[in-house]
Design a protein around this ligand. Structure first.
Ligand code: PYC
Length: 315
């Protein structure tokens, strides 16, 4: 019998489940090395924690780890129903609110180590959190891909802590009533990118597809739908997706450093995004994403090997 102590929260509708105790022992090494050990040796803990019947298609897990850097308050490895994430914006906001809920941190600045770099988080006195995300950039603009049933689709490839394909022109409006149609479209786009050999840097798979529509918070705003790697849509505006968007807005000269961008999700939740230009890496921006999370539960997951679905449905 394995007992895993968790705290659940949601950030703009997107759930985060932080593992406090009982997670896999990953030993020492960088967060990237420990993530590989998690993947290679303990993957069934991932599926047991986030897949049904304990989790849902939208649940993102966050394994709390000892950081390697002494000035970091925590290390974290994010994962979902399909695998492991480089960074997770909504999850980082959820993690900070969870640590505050547990009395482990107070308001102010905190550094968190992830497999793709250190992110700084500020917990504000009103409970909102600002994440200073990893350097983000647009790799390629106006990439055309032939999508089965939709014809040629054009989008940008950008990094915001995960790889994104960002599409401005498409047929469906960004409303909850269209989730099925948007999921079908974006899943086909993802398959077409893969079939066409269109990737992020160094052949990395583009596993997040983001489409945009108008928001009534215009002019510096849009509404998005983000397809996550496991085919679930992000209920939040997606922190890494908003970072990728900021990188594209900067590359197109459509948003200036310091200006606020309101990124609204399909559920109506909103992140505020702004950036500074990275002085050390040409074409990169340093995004800041602000949002709120709320605690939804505290508990102990029980993994009983007598349960035929102990490792999660589909595992
Ligand atoms: O907020 O960065 C994010 C995110 C990635 C996947 C789900 N949420």
């Amino acid at each position: 019998m394995i007992r895993i102590r968790v705290v659940d929260s949601h950030t703009g509708g997107e759930p985060t489940r932080v593992i406090l105790e009982g997670g896999p022992a990953l030993g020492a090494g960088s967060l990237a090395e420990r993530r590989e050990r998690f993947r290679a040796e303990h993957d069934r803990i991932r599926t047991a924690v986030v897949r049904e019947p304990r989790g849902s298609e939208a649940t993102v897990g966050a394994l709390l780890c000892e950081p390697t850097l002494p000035d970091c308050v925590a290390g974290v490895i994010f994962f979902d129903n399909a695998g492991y994430l480089g960074m997770c914006g909504h999850g980082s906001i959820g993690l900070v609110v969870t640590l505050a809920h547990l009395g482990r941190i107070g308001t102010g600045l905190h550094r968190i180590e992830t497999p793709v770099g250190v992110v700084t988080a500020e917990l504000h006195s009103d409970g909102r959190v600002t994440i200073a995300n990893v350097p983000s950039y647009r790799l390629t603009a106006g990439v055309r891909v032939e999508v089965k049933g939709f014809g040629a689709v054009s989008g940008d490839v950008a990094w915001g802590g995960n790889w994104f394909f960002l599409i401005e022109n498409h047929a469906s409006s960004i409303e909850l009533a269209n989730v099925e149609a948007l999921t079908d479209f974006t899943w086909r786009v993802r398959q077409a990118l893969s079939a066409s050999g269109i990737t992020g840097k160094d052949g990395a798979e583009i596993d997040h597809i983001e489409v945009f529509g108008p928001s009534n918070r215009a002019p510096r705003a849009s509404r998005n739908f983000v397809l996550c790697p496991g085919k679930a849509y992000d209920r939040s505006p997606c922190g890494t997706g908003t970072s990728a968007k900021l990188a594209c807005l900067h590359a197109d000269g459509k948003l200036l450093p310091g200006e606020v961008w309101h990124q609204e999700s399909i559920t109506g939740s909103v992140f505020e995004g702004r950036f500074t230009v990275d002085p050390t890496r040409p074409g990169h921006v340093l995004p800041e994403i602000t949002g709120a999370a709320h605690i939804t539960g505290e508990g102990t997951l029980i993994l009983d090997e007598r349960d035929p679905l102990v490792w999660g449905i589909g595992s």
